[in-house]
Each structure stands twice: as C-alpha cells, then as structure tokens.
Design a protein around this ligand. Structure first.
Ligand code: IPD
Length: 309
C-alpha cells in the first residue's frame, strides 16, 4: 500500500544519506592520499580491464545490505558487488520486494577522482522500481523518488527542474537538446556487442539531428558522464534530453528509472541506435540491458526553447 511505501521511502532516504556520507568520507580520504598513484590508491579488475571495483564499493554495499536485513529481513537484496562475487542469474529481479543497489555507480570516475559518482539504491516490487535514491555527495546532489508522490532534488525541489516544451523523440528533437551516451564496460568485438560501433551510430544520429539548421536542428552537446544512474537523474531533471546505453545491469539503472518515471520521463528497452527513430516506448523491462531514456515532456508543443518553472 502507499502507506507501506511511504515508510519504506523514509527508511531508504536515511539509508541513502548514510551511504552517501560513507562515500564522501572515502573519496576525501582518497583525495588526501597526496602523491599516491592510481594503482597505490587501489582497485581490482573484475571481468575486464575496465570493469573495476574498490574497497569503497564493497564496504558501502556491505553496510547497505546489513541495514536492509535488519529492518526488512524478508526483502531480497540484489547488489552489484554481491553479484560479482558469484551469485547466479536467478539472483536478479523477480516479483518479490527487492532492493537493488549499486554502492558506487561511476567507479571509474571515483578511481580517477572525477566527481560524477554516487550511491544508487532502488526498491522494486513486482519488477517495478518504486523508490529511487541517488546520492552524489561530491556534487551535493541527492535525488529521490517515491512512486505516486513525486521525485525531488535534495528533497525539496520537485523534478523536472527544467521543463522542455517539445517531446524530444529522436526524430523530433527540440532545438538545443543535450544527448548523453555511455561506453559501458564491454569491449568484446562481437557483431551485436561492439561498443565502438554502437556509440558511433548513436553519435551519428546526434550529428545528423544536430546538423539540421531548421525544424529539428542543433544539438547543443553530447555528454558521457560515466554513471548511468546519474544520466537518468539528469534526464529526470530536464538537463539532458536523451540518453542511450547498451549493456547496463539492473543496479546501474533501477534507481534512475524510478526517479525518471516519477518525474514523467520515459525509458524504453531500445533497439540498436540505428533503429532509434522507430523504437517504440514500451513497458520498460528491467534486465533488457539496452536502454533509451527520454526526458519529461514540457507543458506545450507550441512554445520553443527552454523555460524555467
Ligand atoms: C557503470 C557506469 C557506467 C556505465 C556502465 C556501468 P559502475 O557502473 O554506470 O556509466 O557505462 O555500464 O556498469 O561499474 O561504475 O558501477
């Protein structure tokens, strides 16, 4: 019920704040490690040379898992680091009440001390992400959402902050939109999985739309933040218009999806970028691993340009 959900939300907000503090402390420690090289600061390669984990990821996940088990012992827990330690595929999302956690999304950013990293926590029920928390302590940004109640930045500012007037479908992108896409971590050269080709075709689409002077025209920019969940938060905010990534895991997107949907944005499991123009907005399937997110539509289809609220 909404009452249960409200209670879970209150618990989750505190958890997100505590975990964010842990991340902030760890990052400050890391920054203070003076002349230490990246290697000395420590990280471990998981499945490939770009799939990395630090002690911070593991410590924060252990903390979140313990707190959830204390308060909601019957709830399922799905976390990135627990999974990488050998849990199997049926460990992933089903219809039971589930917490889906990325203790540190943007691990590569964290290792390189680029501030786009965060804790990402989602509560999922019947496979729907109902609550989302994203705490990016270095940015002083705390995104949260509760199904049926809304989505917020720093608990007070309702999302989207920026309302864009025209629905930004790829074939009808508004003037001055910002696209975002991610490289992910899969570097295998397989026909459907070649990241370079996928990113290239996404960029070609942006360039094609961006190159038009008239109706569709002029993409303001293309970004690649290194944190899928923050990409979704920025779409929810209205700062970004379209985001694409292939190869995400549930914990990379669950909290972002909850926040985006509550802000009125759309997410679809996407075909490869060359098919984006025809991709339909379907019910999001967690685990589809190919996503296209589109920011909340604004109040009117006749106005042009951005406007504040
Ligand atoms: C990664 C980041 C990155 C995205 C990858 C994710 P991690 O998560 O979100 O932006 O491209 O697909 O796996 O490893 O930093 O938690």
């Amino acid at each position: 019920s909404q009452r249960d959900l409200n209670e879970i939300y209150a618990f989750a907000v505190n958890l997100g704040k505590e975990a964010g503090k842990m991340l902030m402390d760890a990052a400050q420690l890391r920054m203070g490690e003076g002349n230490a090289t990246r290697e000395q600061r420590g990280h471990i390669e998981k499945e490939s040379a770009v799939d990395l984990v630090t002690e911070t990821d593991e410590d924060i996940e252990a903390f979140i898992k313990k707190e959830i088990a204390k308060t909601y012992p019957s709830h399922k827990f799905v976390g990135e680091e627990t999974y990488s330690k050998g849990a199997t595929r049926d460990y992933l999302i089903d219809d039971s009440p589930t917490w889906c956690v990325d203790p540190l999304d943007g691990t590569v950013n964290y290792i390189h001390l680029f501030p786009m990293f965060c804790v990402s926590i989602a509560f999922i029920y019947e496979s729907k992400p109902l609550i989302g928390l994203i705490n990016a302590p270095f940015l002083n940004q705390f995104f949260s959402s509760c199904s049926g109640r809304g989505a917020w930045l720093n608990e007070t500012q309702a999302l989207p902050l920026i309302r864009n007037p025209i629905p930004p479908m790829p074939e009808n992108a508004p003037k001055g939109c910002v696209f975002s896409c991610e490289w992910g971590k899969d570097r295998r050269d397989i026909p459907d999985g070649n990241m370079q080709r996928k990113v290239e075709s996404f960029l070609n689409m942006a360039a094609e739309i961006g190159g038009r002077q008239g109706k569709g025209g002029m993409v303001h920019g293309v970004r690649s933040l290194g944190s899928a969940t923050l990409d979704l938060a920025y779409i929810a905010m209205g700062a970004f218009d379209i985001w694409w990534e292939g190869g995400c895991w549930e914990w990379d997107v669950a909290a972002g999806i909850a926040i985006l949907q509550e802000a009125g944005g759309l997410i679809t499991s996407a075909n490869p970028p060359e098919d984006h123009a025809t991709a339909s907005i379907e019910k999001v399937r967690l685990g589809s691993r190919l996503y296209l997110a589109i920011r909340p539509a604004g109040p009117s289809s006749t106005e042009s340009g951005r406007q504040g609220q």
